[in-house]
Design a protein around this ligand. Structure first.
Ligand code: MG
Length: 455
């Protein structure tokens, strides 16, 4: 399985397997290219909690210093905090050492521009051109900048959160909040965040040493421990972050994981009651968002998958809320990035304002059932398969080819697309019932497998 181990370079950044495809040499080279692209200046460097993070971070410092940048060590910090800090510090850019929800053997690099946003397609391509050309603007020995460090990298983020949230109302709720930080970067900031919101924290896997207690993707099958803790300890709600703390899943007061799709639906519903306005989500996010927006009389715009695609459209449309259905809530009142802290804050605020339990709030969200699956395949294979299926299903539903292939049927949809970060084709279907969503996934997995094997 050589392909599985190969380096992935995409708009989502660089990801690879430590000891296989991602080496300190490579990290230094990417940092040299990024520093050259930025044109020197201050660059904030942060990392998630993976044990390989320090090695890559030091390589990144070397690369940035060699081309005359001024690296500022943000150390271990959640990725949204790093984005906010990059902007607050008026840095030229930021560089995150993280592989997000990928398993522990992976690590990677994400590249942030001066506004605290990930590089968009054209900026990313420009930067990667510099990487491939290898013409880096090395400086002479008398031009080196010192390495600086930021003692409280999460503070600007917390200040933005507390300014945007109704802190007094949340404090009055005195919520008992269980959080599973999966021993990831979120653990560096969660205690302070909850304490200042007057919550009674019940922390699980909150040692940020990157020793993931379970696979770090916050999907229901990985949240058994959190569900049991919420039920056994009588918490008002449970939250689960991924390893770099941009995504969030919710467990209700009965210890039931309500699915990461509903994180965004809850946040959208709440923000629209406070500040009605356009909503921007990706193509694979639940249709419940459309129903919620229609009830509020506001439009929904859908984008390609990938945080920066949603963020750019969100800024363009002056949307009040948006995100990705995988638990990635983007609330521009804090910062236009996926942010598990903004998501936690909004959901605690709904509980405080409505005096409703998470299960009651969930019952107010239109019911759709989503099934997510995948088939092994390269982007090239996916491209060929999509072309075939587009022809085959023309006229049987609305065909959207903005990103892979989405077919919208009357009460259901299916979306097939190559992953940005792994050699797989994702198959996502949503319908009114679980059995119908499963049927669609089975059908289209079968279609893909048939086409991938080829004639
Ligand atoms: Mg993440």
């Amino acid at each position: 399985m050589k392909e599985r181990l190969s380096l992935k370079v995409s708009i989502s950044g660089v990801r690879g397997v430590i000891g296989e495809s991602l080496t300190p040499q490579l990290a230094a080279r990417f940092a040299q290219a990024f520093g050259t692209y930025l044109g020197r200046g201050k660059v904030i460097v942060g990392r998630d909690a993976r044990p390989s993070g320090v090695m890559l971070q030091e390589a990144v410092f070397a690369g940035l210093l060699s081309v005359g940048c001024q690296p500022v060590a943000g150390g271990l910090c959640p990725i949204p905090s790093l984005q906010v800090l990059t902007r607050a510090a008026q840095a030229r850019g930021g560089l995150a050492v993280t592989a997000s929800h990928n398993p522990a053997e992976w690590n990677g690099l994400k590249f942030i521009g001066g506004a605290g946003l990930f590089l968009n397609r054209s900026r990313f391509d420009e930067f990667i051109d510099i990487y491939h050309q290898g013409e880096f603007s090395f400086v002479r020995a008398d031009k080196f900048k010192p390495l600086l460090a930021e003692a409280k990298p999460g503070r600007p983020h917390l200040e933005k959160l507390f300014a945007a949230l109704d802190v007094e109302r949340i404090r009055a709720g005195r919520f008992k909040v269980a959080v599973d930080c999966v021993n990831g970067a979120g653990a560096a900031l969660v205690p302070e965040f909850l304490r200042e919101l007057g919550c009674r924290p019940l922390l699980l896997n909150a040692v940020p040493d990157g020793r993931f207690a379970h696979p770090p993707e916050p999907v229901p099958e990985n949240l058994g421990g959190l569900c049991r803790a919420v039920a056994a300890r009588g918490a008002d709600i449970g939250f689960a972050q991924d390893a770099d703390a941009d995504r969030l899943a919710v467990v209700d007061e009965n210890g039931i994981a309500i699915g990461e799709e509903l994180t965004l639906a809850l946040a959208v519903k709440h923000v629209l009651t406070k500040t009605p306005g356009p909503v921007v989500v990706n193509l694979s996010s639940t249709r419940a968002i459309d129903d919620i927006a229609a009830a509020a009389g506001v439009p929904v715009f859908r984008t390609r998958i990938g945080e920066i695609n949603v963020v750019e459209e969100l800024l363009e449309r002056e949307a009040v809320i948006g995100g990705e259905g995988n638990g990635g809530v983007i609330w521009p009142a804090v910062h236009p990035c996926r942010d598990s802290f903004a998501a936690m804050g909004l959901i605690l605020e709904i509980m405080a304002v409505s005096a409703k339990t998470p299960s009651a709030l969930r019952s107010e969200i239109p019911v759709y059932r989503m099934v997510k699956d995948k088939v092994a395949g390269t982007p090239e294979q996916a491209h060929r398969a999509v072309k075939e299926l587009k022809k085959k299903y023309a006229g049987r539903g609305e065909i959207i080819t903005l990103d892979g292939l989405k077919i919208v049927f009357k009460d259901a949809w299916v979306h097939l697309r190559p992953s940005n970060t792994e050699p797989i084709i994702r198959v996502v279907a949503e319908a009114r019932t679980l059995s119908e969503a499963r049927r669609l996934v089975r059908l289209f997995k079968g279609e893909l497998k048939r086409l991938l094997i080829g004639p």
